[in-house]
Structures are given as structure tokens and as C-alpha cells.
Design a binder for this molecule. Structure first.
Ligand code: SAH
Length: 341
């Protein structure tokens, strides 16, 4: 079976040639799949026998909305049921500059970060390019909102599903589909070995966001097991600096503020030192508490002080606005609640 939703225009053209169909039919089919059509029977400008032929050799699923939660700040979270019965989350956030969708890249995650709900049951499988496109386009259809930006910050580690994510990134720019270009996309990673390097080779104009969360190896390894396997924080910053050099794109660092653990004055000083000499931007994220985790969010006064120290050391820093705090919008929370009953 062909996964037709994950096929690019040229691949659909090849398939249609194989099926003995004229070129203009390939173009018609591509337009339907790019637009996230729900099934072959909806491809109304194709003859019935062609629709049947396609249904025999291709899969085309429409994700099933298992849950929708709306926050008072306009954030909407979806739990999507996939063809194999698994589920992933997408979140639509409304900002003044446009609407952003945060999508998942894997079903579960194998990175094992201590603060994250997505990793609790491990990784079940990678998402296909088509499933990621579905998250973008069906979130837009379901919410009735145009989407102008995408962040790959949902469930999963995008660089652990490298080839599918690259294909998704190529396809999501297609004007017949979502039409969202690289400059409107951010990819968030915890920095698995080799991943940032491979991404640099692709030389894309997207924004690379690196989940740093601690400025020293002891703390980062405790929170994020990937730290040990990928050579530690100093090496991570070197890898990011090399990425910056190769692509010309400034790297953004995500830094979680967990009370007493990552938010002390000492950590702020260490972080400023670690980043001196790089022009990265730091995004401070107030932790979202997840059930069963000993980590607690920092109080607002601590957040203010932490930011102040970084600024006084010349670090470019912002505090991320909390969106959807009333609807379990933290990574993986909705999915994990459902799995637990
Ligand atoms: N695997 C990728 C992308 C998914 S996580 C990565 O590590 O970046 C997306 C972001 O959400 C990461 O910065 C992650 O550290 C953060 N995150 C996970 N759990 C969180 C929580 N409980 N509170 C706040 N941010 C969280």
C-alpha cells in the first residue's frame, strides 16, 4: 500500500504513470492530497473507477478528533486519533502576529526527560510526513483558523525522526497545501548526537530551538539523559555555534525554570558564561507541573531576577508567555491522561 498523503507531487506523478493515467490526473490527485482531503470518494473531479483504483493501492486516513480543549486565552488543543489507534496532540495558539500550531513528530518519545509527560511510556513509533501535515491542516480546519506558523515542539524528538521530518518540511511549503515556508517554522530539539549536524547540512531557513534547560552537565544530565549521550553542554553549544556558522541562522535556547534546580542566581551566572561568545537568544519557560514529577515552577519574582541577571550579562532573553495553562497544554499531558484512564 502507498501512503499517498506522504507522497510529494513527483511521487504521485510516478504512481499515476504506473497506473497508466494521464498526467493531468496526477496533478488533480496531488491537489486533493495536498489540500488534506478526507478520502478518495471526495476527489469529485476524478472518474469513479480511478477513485476505486486508488483506494485499492493507497491508504488515505482522516485523523479522528478524540478531544478538543479550549483555553480562555484562545489556545486550542487537539488529541488526534491515528489509523493504528494511537494518538498525538497538536496545539493552536493565537498571537497578534498570526496563529501558530505546535505539532507532534512521534507517538511518544524515547528521550526520557524528567520534566516531560510525553516520554513516560517511551516511543511507540515515528509519525509519517502525511500525519504531520494532517496535524497542521486538520487543526486549521477544526479550529477555523488560518495557520501562519508551525513549531515542532509537541510530542517526540524531531531529529530522532529525521527523514520524515525533512520530507514534511519540504511538503508543508507547497502552495497547494498549507503553504507555510521555512522562515515561519521552528524546530525544537534536545540535541541528539549527529542531529544538529545533519540539519545544518540541509541548510534550511527555519529557526532551530535547542532545549538547554541547565547550564552545567550535572544538572542537565539529571534532567535530560540525552546530555550524557551527546557530549555535554559545552559541546552542545559548540555544535550550535557551528550550526549558526553553517546556516547564518541564530539559534534559540529554551531554558526551563524549575524551582531551586535551574532557577538560582548561580545557574543564571553559569548560563551567561556558557553562552558568552554566541549570539543565541534565550527563551525562559516557566515549568508546567506534570503529575508525579518532583519539579515545581519558579515563582514570578525568581523568573524576573533570573532574567535580570542574564540581561546584565548581555544575554538576549525573553520569558515565554504561558499559553493554555488551564487546558493541560504542556507537552504530552492530554495524551498521557487519556492513557491512564
Ligand atoms: N524533543 C524536542 C521537542 C519536544 S519538547 C525538544 O526536546 O525540544 C518541546 C519543549 O517543551 C522542550 O523545550 C521541552 O523541554 C518542553 N517541555 C517539556 N515538558 C515541559 C514541562 N513540563 N513544562 C514546560 N516545558 C516543557
Amino acid at each position: 500500500m502507498y501512503d499517498i498523503r506522504s507522497m510529494e507531487r513527483s511521487e504521485i506523478a510516478e504512481l499515476m504513470a504506473k497506473l497508466g493515467e494521464p498526467k493531468f490526473r496526477a496533478e488533480q490527485v496531488w491537489r486533493w492530497t495536498a489540500a488534506a482531503v478526507g478520502g478518495f470518494d471526495e476527489m469529485t473531479n476524478l472518474p469513479k473507477n480511478l477513485r476505486e483504483k486508488l483506494a485499492e493501492c493507497c491508504e488515505l486516513h482522516r485523523p479522528e478528533m478524540l478531544a478538543e480543549q479550549k483555553s480562555s486565552d484562545g489556545t486550542i488543543k487537539y488529541l488526534w486519533g491515528l489509523s493504528d489507534g494511537s494518538a498525538v496532540e497538536s496545539v493552536v495558539m493565537q498571537y497578534h502576529h498570526g496563529n501558530t500550531v505546535c505539532i507532534s513528530t512521534q507517538v511518544g518519545c524515547r528521550m526520557g526527560c524528567a520534566f516531560c509527560a510525553s516520554t513516560r511510556g517511551g516511543k511507540l513509533r515515528d509519525l509519517t510526513p502525511g500525519e504531520m501535515l494532517d496535524e497542521v491542516q486538520w487543526s486549521s480546519k477544526a479550529s477555523g483558523l488560518d495557520i501562519s506558523n508551525i513549531v515542532l515542539m509537541g510530542i517526540g524528538e524531531p531529529l530522532d525522526n529525521f527523514d520524515n521530518v525533512m520530507k514534511f518540511l519540504r511538503m508543508v511549503g507547497a502552495p497547494e497545501g498549507a503553504g507555510i515556508g521555512m522562515r515561519h517554522i521552528s524546530l525544537s530539539t534536545c540535541g541528539p548526537e549527529g542531529g544538529i549536524e545533519r540539519l545544518a547540512e540541509e541548510d534550511l531557513q527555519l529557526t532551530l530551538s535547542v532545549s538547554l534547560h541547565a547550564p552545567d552537565d550535572e544538572t542537565r544530565s539529571r534532567l535530560m539523559p540525552i546530555n550524557r549521550a551527546s557530549g555535554g553542554v559545552k559541546r552542545l553549544i559548540e555544535r550550535c555555534n557551528a550550526y549558526r556558522k553553517a546556516t547564518g541562522r541564530r539559534v534559540s535556547y529554551e531554558y526551563l525554570l524549575a524551582s531551586g534546580i535551574t532557577d538560582t542566581d548561580e545557574k543564571a551566572e553559569l548560563l551567561a558564561k556558557l553562552l558568552s561568545g554566541s549570539d543565541g537568544h534565550v527563551n525562559l519557560i516557566p515549568l508546567n507541573h506534570v503529575d508525579g514529577s518532583p519539579l515545581e515552577p519558579s515563582d514570578p519574582e525568581r523568573v524576573r531576577r533570573f532574567k535580570e541577571i542574564l540581561e546584565s550579562r548581555g544575554v538576549n532573553v525573553t520569558v515565554r508567555r504561558r499559553m493554555g495553562a488551564d487546558i493541560d497544554a504542556a507537552c504530552g499531558q492530554l495524551r498521557s491522561k487519556r492513557q491512564n484512564g
